[in-house]
Design a protein around this ligand. Sequence first.
Ligand SMILES: C[S@@+](CC[C@H](N)C(=O)[O-])C[C@H]1O[C@@H](n2cnc3c(N)ncnc32)[C@H](O)[C@@H]1O
Length: 459
Amino acid sequence: MNMTADPRYLAFTLINAGQKPTLPLDRAIEDAAQKLELLSQKDKGLCHAIVFGVFRHRGRIDQLICHCSKLAFDRIDSKVKTILRIGVFQIVFLDRVPDFAAINTSIELAKPICGKKASGFINAVLRNISRSHKDIALPCSHKNIAEHLTAAFSIPSWLGKRWVARYGKEKTLTLAGILMDLPPLTLRVNPHKINRNALIADFERAGINAQTTRFSPLGLQIQTSGIAIPDLPGFNDGLFQIQDEAAQLAVQLLGPKPDENILDACAGLGTKTCHMALEMENKGNITANDTGENKAERLDREAGRLDIDIIRTTHVDMARAGFNDFSSYFDRVLVDAPCTGLGVLARNPDSRWKRSSKDIMRMAALQKKILNGSANLVAPGGVLVYAVCSCEPEETTQVIQRFLDKRKDFSPDFSGFEKHLPFFCEFGSKTFNKTTFPDHLNMDGFFMARMRRNKKNLK
Ligand SMILES: C[S@@+](CC[C@H](N)C(=O)[O-])C[C@H]1O[C@@H](n2cnc3c(N)ncnc32)[C@H](O)[C@@H]1O
């Protein structure tokens, strides 16, 4: 068997890599780009379906393995477990693969990786699951909601209990159900090159359906599935950037204007940085800061694709930042802080199995430091927007509350939503912060808050 050209073997290596707490699955897939290129289009599709499917359905898959294995689940070797999960996913969720093929390919995969004895075990468990999975019921939601959420919706028990305590059973079930769907592919048009209707028409000519987003004035949601992003018409010409609607709204809330001096404190790969630059008509200065390795290079490439040249990159640790690190104050500062990503589990199914309640506390502590450090760089009268792709109170409202309690040089900006997001605003009362949830408004779970530095008070 030629392992390198085998989609299931590649899926096996990607699942193992994506399970590591420090490596996002997207990154593991990017790192394997050359190996994926060796596969046919059909095999590449199979590999992707298995990798994402195993993470997305792992709750039910593991329930079935527990039920049908003579060996206690915790005692199963981790590589054997991964091969079992790949086999079960194909048997239960992938109609295009017959059960016998799912079982035989799993055994072939196991032989060189785990040995003969383990292959026999895998064979027995998979045959058992193939015969009986339709008769194995989900745990009852009335008797044990946490176990039900795990098996039915791949929500780990600690998170299920947390959400039920906060939202109640019904909302948690709805939210968990939505997170099992593939989220919409949303993009933001580059208004200096094309408008939304013209791009919709270009897409239509290529057989792709798209419709305008409800709140963001620049957003389009793609209705047609299975298209690789670089294959969308206009990608190479910089006509648009992929960005969820909630993330688009965060930049609108910041309100960047031409000729301003702006800091993107945690710029990452620069999706929001480029959005700001386009709002500024590519006039003024943006400092895109991030401590992450290799991100600046990719940000520069993306800015080049969009013909943007007002961004300079820096690598300051914002948890310790002060005026001397940048030697200027900024008119506006965006803090799109590192977070648990619990608002975007539908996009990143690997995150379901990597996070814990400790991560929420760890992230909250870091977010408070980064927000405080970044706030030092806001000019008197300037704007500070804090955003995270999480809906957990410790990372959202509590960070802001603590910040405003300590930093008397800042105040909530109650006019920001009304001024910059009037369509979005009509759904809520007058406020300076908002949380979006994936189970309504068809966008990511996201939090954003807008504050202002008082005119006189510099810390
Ligand atoms: C949510 S991501 C930013 C996403 C980005 N704004 C975008 O729209 O693509 C958070 C970023 O914070 C960076 N980061 C983490 N700790 C940091 C620190 N102490 N100072 C500055 N950046 C940090 C991470 O490398 C990561 O890229």
